[in-house]
Design a protein around this ligand. Sequence first.
Ligand code: SAM
Length: 266
Amino acid sequence: MSRQHLGHTARKRFGQNFLHDALVIQRIVDAISPQKGQALVEIGPGLGALTEPVCEQVDHLTVVELDRDLAKRLRHHPFMADKLTIVEQDALKYDFHQLCPENGKLRVFGNLPYNISTPLMFHLFAQSECIEDMHFMLQKEVVKRLAASPGNKNYGRLSVMAQYYCQVESVLEVPPAAFNPPPKVDSAIVRLIPHTNKPVQVNNESTLASICTQAFNQRRKTIRNSLKNSLSADQIASVGIKPESRAEVLSLEDFARLANLIHVEE
Ligand code: SAM
């Protein structure tokens, strides 16, 4: 399979898999449902597979693209250039607050480079107070993990953290053939809607993240063993959690209670 697409050689290091299936593209744009006047931001516009149909529906779109050649092509695009603000930067380091309108929030979307999709989502979760919603193409396995409930084999740190920040909804599955070059894995679109009010009270978000990392590092261990460097069995039991439970059965509320034992409210 050629890595050439529309006269551009796809770069592996930038996770470039370009969408070319018109029906899939239409269904993604329908799921985003862009409207005039909204502050839309696309991460990784590439050759414009999603950018073009979105631009047809709105007056303005901001795109964040790291590949200098692709940013240049967009700057000279025959009908989109006037509508686009092109930010030629690494989305992982970008402060999205600066794009936020005074009386509104951002709508972020993108067919994300899979090599950075998880850190990128965490980067955006940390800025979720300025985000209305996000629609992302990800590996199907990652979408399953984002949406998984306790007891499910896909349930883990990513599920707990994503569900702390957002309502998670799996929207559409996309086969490798919809891309050029095709990725080795199946893909899916996820909708993430940041909670206006968080579902649980957490005194320190980094502590929640660190508790989840420790708890899921060795999934088969009991929670008392995985957290032995942070909490005693008595402390775990004091918030109504059996020390012999495994991380995979604990809910977001349970993880919040454990984190708040370490980081007591000031
Ligand atoms: N949106 C296009 C499409 O659907 O055909 C391209 C999607 S491709 C999977 C990922 C895009 O993200 C590429 O354009 C790539 O250059 C860009 N990209 C990769 N790393 C990036 C980063 N750190 N910040 C911003 N854009 C990045």
